[in-house]
Design a protein around this ligand. Structure first.
Ligand SMILES: Cc1ncc(COP(=O)(O)O)c(C=O)c1O
Length: 370
C-alpha cells in the first residue's frame, strides 16, 4: 500500500487529520451532540411507507431542485420563527456540512478568505481548506462571548468573503445576540453565515437570525435535522437566505445531490415535526440539570443554549476525559485546555455522567477561579 506522503496531494491538505470524534466503544456515548431519544413509532411507520413509495421510482433521478422538501422546510421555518420564509429562499443538502461546503464553493475558493470566531465548529476551517479558501481565526472574549465592536473591527480589517457566526456556538453553547450579528453583517461585504445547527435548543428569549433575513441579501442561516429532530443518520441540512443565494448554490451543487430516498424520508419526518421536537424540552431539562449540578462537585460550565455543556475546569482535560471513559462515559475532548464537552442525553445517561463525574472530579479539577 502506498502512503499519503507519496501522493501528489494539495499542499494545504498535507499533515491534516480527517474530522471525527473518536468512535470509542462506551456504555454512555455523550460525545457527538445527537438527540438520544428514539423516533416516534408513528413516524417509523410513515417512513417505511414513504421510502417504499419512493423506491418505486428509483430507476429515475431524484427531483434535482427538491421542490417538495424545500416547501416543507420553508413551512417549518415560517411556523417556528414567525418570519415568512418562501421555498425559493431554502436550499437543502446532505447535512448542513454539505450546505456549508456549497456556500464556500460558491463564495470562497482560491484567493478568498473565510473568518470564524474560534473556538467554534472545527468543520468551518476544514471545509474552507477543502475548498481552497484561506482561514482567519476571529476573536472571542475569555468567557467565549463575541465582543460586537471588536468583531466588527476585525471583519472590517480582514474583509473576509465568508464570515461564520455559530449560534448557539459549538463547543461552548454560547448564543450570539442579534445585534452582534447585524454589526458583523454591516461591517462585512461578504456572505455572513449564521450556523444555527442547535437553534431549537436555545433558551427562551434567544431569537433566530431568520428574523434578520429581510433586507440582508448576503445573510445565510443554516440549520440541520441532525440535532433537535433526532435524525443525524438521515443527513439532511438546509439553509434560508435570499433566493439569489440559492441560485448561486445551484451553480456548484452536484446534479441530483439529494437522493429521492433522503427527500422522501425528510418530508415524512417533517410531517411529524411536533412529535419529533417534543423531546427538545426533555433534553434542555437535562442540560440545565448538568449546569446546576456542576458547582456541587467543584466544577463550572459555560452558559449553554445548545444540547451540550462545556464543563471544567480540569488541570489536564485529556486525563479527565480518560477517567470518565474508564467509568463508561464518553464525552468530547475538544482540545480546549481545561474544558470538556458533554451532550445532554436522557435522564439515565445524565445520571451516569454526573455520578462518574462526581467520582473523577476530585482528582482532576482545578480549584475554581484558577
Ligand atoms: C455547529 C454545527 N454546524 C453544523 C454541524 C453539522 O451537522 P450536519 O452535517 O449533521 O447537519 C454540526 C454538527 O455537529 C455542528 O455542530
Amino acid at each position: 500500500m502506498g502512503s499519503l506522503e507519496d501522493l501528489p496531494l494539495r499542499p494545504e491538505l498535507r499533515g491534516r487529520t480527517p474530522y471525527g470524534a473518536p468512535q470509542v466503544p462506551a456504555r454512555y456515548r455523550l460525545n457527538t451532540n445527537e438527540n438520544p431519544h428514539p423516533l416516534p413509532d408513528e413516524l417509523l411507520v410513515d417512513l417505511g411507507a414513504a421510502l417504499g413509495h419512493a423506491a418505486l421510482d428509483l430507476n429515475r433521478y431524484p427531483d434535482r431542485d427538491a421542490v417538495a422538501l424545500r416547501a416543507d422546510l420553508a413551512a417549518y421555518l415560517s411556523r417556528t420563527s414567525g418570519e415568512a420564509v418562501e421555498p425559493a429562499q431554502v436550499w437543502a443538502a446532505n447535512g448542513s456540512n454539505e450546505v456549508l461546503q456549497q456556500v464556500l464553493q460558491a463564495f470562497g475558493g482560491a484567493d478568498r478568505t473565510a473568518l470564524g470566531f474560534t473556538p467554534s465548529y472545527s468543520m468551518h476551517p476544514l471545509i474552507s481548506a477543502g475548498t481552497g479558501t484561506a482561514w482567519v481565526d476571529g476573536h472571542r472574549r475569555a468567557d467565549f462571548t463575541i465582543d460586537a465592536v471588536a468583531a466588527a473591527a476585525q471583519v472590517r480589517e480582514v474583509a473576509p468573503d465568508v464570515v461564520f457566526v455559530t449560534s448557539p456556538n459549538n463547543p461552548t453553547g454560547t448564543a450570539v445576540a442579534l445585534e452582534t450579528i447585524t454589526d458583523i453583517y454591516d461591517a462585512s461585504s461578504g456572505v455572513v453565515v449564521v450556523d444555527e445547527a442547535y437553534a431549537e435548543f436555545a433558551r427562551a428569549g434567544t431569537p433566530s437570525a431568520l428574523t434578520l433575513l429581510p433586507g440582508r441579501p448576503r445573510l445565510v442561516v443554516s440549520r440541520t435535522m441532525s440535532k433537535a429532530f433526532g435524525m443525524a443518520g438521515l443527513r439532511l441540512g438546509y439553509l434560508a437566505a435570499d433566493p439569489a443565494v440559492v441560485d448561486a448554490l445551484q451553480l456548484v451543487r452536484l446534479p441530483y445531490h439529494l437522493s429521492s430516498l433522503t427527500q422522501a424520508a425528510a418530508c415524512a419526518a417533517l410531517a411529524h415535526t411536533d412529535a419529533l421536537l417534543a423531546t427538545v424540552d426533555a433534553v434542555k431539562a437535562q442540560r440545565d440539570r448538568i449546569v446546576e449540578t456542576l458547582p456541587s462537585i467543584g466544577l463550572t460550565s459555560v452558559p449553554s443554549d445548545a444540547n451540550f455543556v462545556l464543563f471544567g475546569r480540569f488541570g489536564d482535560a485529556s486525563a479527565a476525559w480518560q477517567a470518565l471513559l474508564d467509568h463508561g462515559v464518553l464525552v468530547r475532548d475538544v482540545g480546549l485546555p481545561g474544558w470538556l464537552r458533554v451532550t445532554a442525553g436522557t435522564a439515565a445517561e445524565t445520571d451516569a455522567f454526573l455520578t462518574a463525574l462526581g467520582e473523577v472530579a476530585r482528582d482532576h479539577r482545578t480549584s475554581l477561579g484558577d
